[in-house]
Design a protein around this ligand. Structure first.
Ligand code: FES
Length: 152
């Protein structure tokens, strides 16, 4: 969705800043907020650019640098940790050849840690873009990554 269209879905009040930033980031194929996004949000809400920038850098859910097409977030909270999230993390690091906070050279994958995804009943879990994967094993991870590569 275009930036202007996203902005116009909201009343121009500061209360809507987080939701607007969320939608702008979701609309980005590279899962990030560009400087243009921050400026447009600031103008629309009549806020100082520095305030909007401050909010975008405060919350870890926002990124100000481009990320891969597939944003992989691995849950590191205790229930997932107890049920093997470190094995899942190691498998992803090996398969993708990157560490956490990094993006593959082909820009297909970015690997990040996250706290509880709200699906502890199927721990260990991860999220790829908007899709949650649970009951993960090293074998399942390999299947998921192979499927994502095939889908490109
Ligand atoms: S602890 Fe991992 S989904 Fe809740």
């Amino acid at each position: 969705m275009k930036r202007d269209k996203i902005l116009k879905q909201y009343e121009p009040t500061g209360d809507n800043l987080l939701a607007i930033l969320h939608d702008l980031q979701n609309a980005s194929p590279e899962h990030y907020l560009s400087d243009g996004d921050l400026r447009a949000a600031a103008d629309y809400l009549k806020l100082a650019y520095s305030s909007v920038h401050g909010v975008a850098t405060f919350y870890t859910m926002y990124s100000l640098k481009p990320r891969g097409k597939n944003l992989i977030r691995v849950c590191q909270s205790p229930p997932c940790h107890l049920l093997g999230s470190s094995t899942i993390s190691r498998e992803l690091i090996t398969l993708l050849g990157i560490g956490f906070g990094e993006t593959t050279a082909d820009r297909l994958f970015t690997l990040e840690m996250t706290s509880c995804l709200g699906v502890c009943g199927v721990a260990p879990a991860m999220m790829v873009n908007e899709r949650v994967y649970g009951n993960l094993t090293a074998e399942r991870i390999a299947e998921v990554i192979a499927g994502l590569r095939r889908a490109q």
